[in-house]
Design a protein around this ligand. Structure first.
Ligand code: AMP
Ligand code: MN
Ligand code: MN
Ligand code: MN
Length: 285
């Protein structure tokens, strides 16, 4: 039996990814990915370009329109993926425009904090890299790293940009329930992103899953590349317990030895998946 290679969580340079949508699609071809969702942070800008590029290609690839929405829950920044959305939906566009405003204001405030401790001009430098895309903390981290203010990407977060660090600003993100409504209004499936990456105990994770399900969330990511088998099994069993559909994605941001499209994303075959009834995921025989 031929198993499809499916990757439902990826970024382009319209948020904090390194590749353009065309480059991302090209890479998906080279990695033999069959189905690729593009899920930039709070924007759908890359999707039209990816679809246009694919339309000019001979090699097959199904593109799923997606978005990764930032929300807040009990002080945690929780990400919710909207998969299989109508990326041209006008209501969604205006809601994402509000997210852009929040992002710009937050970045400005973070950079003001940096300026107060002597690191000036980060905002303008970051914006020059952002172009028409969505500004993220990753852009600020890159400026700090390039200037030699920090010695590693991780320390940009552990010293300045991470939660409650020197330049951290608490953003007024929407609730999880709101993001789920936005996604479902745009015809999409709402999926809890990377539940294994939040810094919370299993008891809190359970609470999160319960509330996500109660707010009409439909799925959860059940694996990430390089996740331990024990953690994977925990996520598989939580998906079963809370009756959330399984989703898989690499959360690809840039080519590196540790991260690749569609790699190491296998899951237990009995798990009900978000893509079970998607025509894009039916292999032509
Ligand atoms: P933002 O959505 O603007 O808060 O930026 C979040 C992005 O920054 C994430 O998607 C990651 O790519 C990166 N990021 C956030 N926190 C960390 C961290 N502690 N270490 C490394 N990268 C991080
Ligand atoms: Mn990111
Ligand atoms: Mn995320
Ligand atoms: Mn992501």
């Amino acid at each position: 039996m031929y198993l499809m290679k499916i990757d439902l969580h990826t970024h382009t340079h319209y948020s904090d990814g390194k590749l353009s949508p065309s480059e991302l699609v090209m890479r998906a071809h080279n990695q033999q990915v069959d189905v690729l969702a593009i899920t930039d942070h709070d924007t759908v800008q890359g999707i039209a370009e990816a679809r246009e590029y694919q339309a000019s290609q001979k090699r097959p690839l199904q593109i799923i329109s997606g978005v990764e929405i930032s929300t807040k829950w009990h002080g945690f920044e929780i990400h919710v993926l909207g998969l299989h959305i109508d990326y041209q939906d006008q209501t969604l566009a205006s809601r994402l425009a509000e997210q852009s405003e929040v992002r710009l204001t937050r970045a400005q405030k973070m950079c003001n904090k940096l300026a107060k401790i002597g690191i000036e001009g980060v905002f303008d430098e970051a914006m020059a890299r952002v172009g028409t895309g969505q500004i993220t903390r990753a852009h600020l981290a890159q400026v700090l790293l390039d200037r030699g203010e920090v010695s590693s990407w991780q320390s940009a977060f552990s010293q300045y940009l991470g939660k409650d660090k020197k330049a951290y600003v608490n953003a007024p993100w929407p609730t999880i329930a709101k993001a789920i409504t936005w996604i479902r209004d745009a015809g999409g499936v709402a999926v809890l992103a990377h539940p294994g990456h939040y810094d919370m105990k299993t008891k809190w994770l359970r609470r999160l899953l319960e509330e996500f399900k109660d707010a009409n969330g439909q799925g959860m990511e059940v694996t990430h590349p390089n996740m331990s088998p024990t953690k994977k099994q925990l996520l598989f069993s939580l998906a079963r317990e809370y009756q959330l559909l399984a989703a898989v994605g690499s959360d690809f941001h840039a080519p590196s030895p540790w991260s690749e499209l569609g790699r190491k994303l296998d899951i237990d075959s009995d798990l009900p998946t978000v893509w079970a009834d998607w025509p894009e995921c039916r292999k032509a025989s």
